[in-house]
Write a protein that binds this ligand. Structure first.
Ligand SMILES: [Zn+2]
Ligand SMILES: [Zn+2]
Length: 322
């Protein structure tokens, strides 16, 4: 039975104490701190790689850590984390000794989105307060423990230190950590997968990290259907994070792996009126130079296109639309 996501997460409960907010500093690789008095949302990319970590000298600029994106209300520490790929390790220094208070929301449960969870030190400590949400598919602790328990891993989710609550999330609109979170089921492969739209007032991001739109048809360009769930999530958003594992040319031979081509991500952004597209979930062997070339190939798109890179910090609205 799915539990209501409203049980535990309220805006006030999920916010760190005010004194904690000022010690945060900029995340590693980030930009300067917030400008005085300007309300905004800070989005930090902690991991942008797909499938499996891929460290190495050819991957320094976009990074080798797997999927993790953190959101913070104006001037506060991050309180909403999308996915817990290995990139979540980068988030602990942002907390500068403070415990994490907030929510971790999984789009789905493949390794590249979960394996960082027990390594998020700011959350694995006695004074943390963590609400974990995953697409409803039975008891959330049991589902997560299938990959996180002996003999696969030394401890279970419930053995993490601090106060952890695990929630089964249904599609629809939810209030999580003071953000409006719209969840929609999207096609991927091997397990229930949600795409998300996260709103804080007028600011919004869409997050479709793993998406296989060809399941719903070839669409007008052969890259997959521009279906209603994807359009709804991305409509008019400030930043669209989207699966761009493959080039358009690679897609045909690899469509069975459950991912999207970069051209789909860009066109979805155009069709939905997104203000910026960030190509995300980079194929493990894709080098920095290859991602640069992929991004450059969309210089003529009707929406600005960039590659999501580890350490990227975007302050909305000032960091978008350029
Ligand atoms: Zn993935
Ligand atoms: Zn996946």
């Amino acid at each position: 039975m799915a539990k209501s996501p409203h049980d535990h997460a309220s805006r006030d409960a999920a916010r760190p104490p005010r004194e904690a907010r000022h010690g945060a500093g900029a995340p590693p690789g980030g930009q300067d701190g917030p400008r005085g008095g300007e309300a905004r949302v800070r989005v930090t990319v902690c991991g942008a790689r797909g499938s499996t970590p891929s460290p190495g000298p050819e991957h320094l600029r976009y990074g080798g850590h797997t999927s993790c994106v953190a959101l913070a209300h104006d001037g506060e520490l991050p309180s909403l984390v999308l996915d817990a790929g290995t990139g979540i390790r980068r988030l602990t220094p942002v907390f500068d000794g403070h415990a994490f208070t907030g929510a971790i929301v999984f789009g789905h449960l493949h390794w590249d989105h979960t394996q960082g969870l027990p390594f998020f030190a700011a959350a694995d400590r006695p004074d943390s307060q963590v609400d974990v949400y995953l697409p409803a598919q039975g008891d959330p602790v049991e589902v997560l423990a299938r990959t996180m328990s002996p003999p696969h891993f030394p401890i279970t989710p419930e053995q993490l230190r601090g106060t952890w609550r695990f929630h089964a999330l249904e599609p629809g609109a939810h209030d999580i950590a003071g953000f409006r979170v719209l969840a929609r089921e999207i096609p991927h492969k091997g397990g229930r997968t949600f795409g998300y739209r996260i709103e804080d007032g007028p600011r919004s991001i869409a997050y479709l990290s793993d998406h296989c739109p060809t399941v719903l048809g070839a669409g007008p360009d052969g890259l997959g259907a521009y279906h209603e769930a994807a359009l709804e999530l991305a409509r008019g958003c400030d930043v669209l994070f989207h699966d761009a594992q493959y080039t358009d040319d690679e897609l045909a031979a690899r469509a069975d792996f459950g991912h999207a081509a970069a051209g789909y991500a860009v066109r979805l952004g155009e069709e939905a009126g997104a203000r910026q597209v960030l190509l995300f979930h980079h194929d493990p062997p894709r080098t920095d130079d290859a991602i640069d070339a992929l991004v450059a190939s969309y210089a003529g798109a009707r929406v600005p296109v960039a590659g999501a890179s580890e350490g990227l910090v975007i302050d909305l609205p000032s960091g978008t639309g350029g």
